[in-house]
Write a protein that binds this ligand. Structure first.
Ligand SMILES: [Zn+2]
Length: 127
């Protein structure tokens, strides 16, 4: 796999806490790491090089972090957490967690920390 470059009009740099214009990011597809980012000095024209990602006209942000979420639970307004943990099957709760992670990922969250109850608390469940 060859590295590819993402070209954007506006990039948020969290270290500088600034919006940077006309930026490009080169990504190593094996590691997923950004290996280079730079301000474009030349006009790319109507299309970007083959294999690159054209996000010009869009904003690019780093992945969001949710440091406190309960991915195995649904709304407490629907059912108290204690009742969910007591009455809902691990299978149902895992499916719910997968759906929560999918929604979060599509919303820009790339890092989740699931607060208790987590899977480890399920060891008390009889199967
Ligand atoms: Zn909490």
């Amino acid at each position: 796999m060859a590295p590819y470059t993402v070209h954007t009009s506006v990039l948020f740099d969290p270290k500088k806490k600034q919006w940077l214009e006309d930026m490009s990011l080169t990504v190593d597809p094996v590691t997923g790491c950004i290996t280079r980012y730079y301000r474009r000095t030349e006009d790319l024209g109507a299309s970007v090089p083959e294999g690159d990602v054209d996000l010009r006209g869009k904003y690019v942000l780093p992945g969001f972090v949710d440091a406190h979420t309960h991915i195995f639970l649904h709304s407490y307004a629907e059912r108290a957490s204690l009742n969910q943990k007591r009455d809902e099957s691990p299978t149902e709760r895992i499916i719910r967690a997968v759906n929560h992670c999918r929604t979060a990922l599509l919303s820009g969250f790339t890092t989740y920390r699931s607060a208790p109850p987590s899977l480890s608390s399920w060891t008390a469940f009889p199967y």
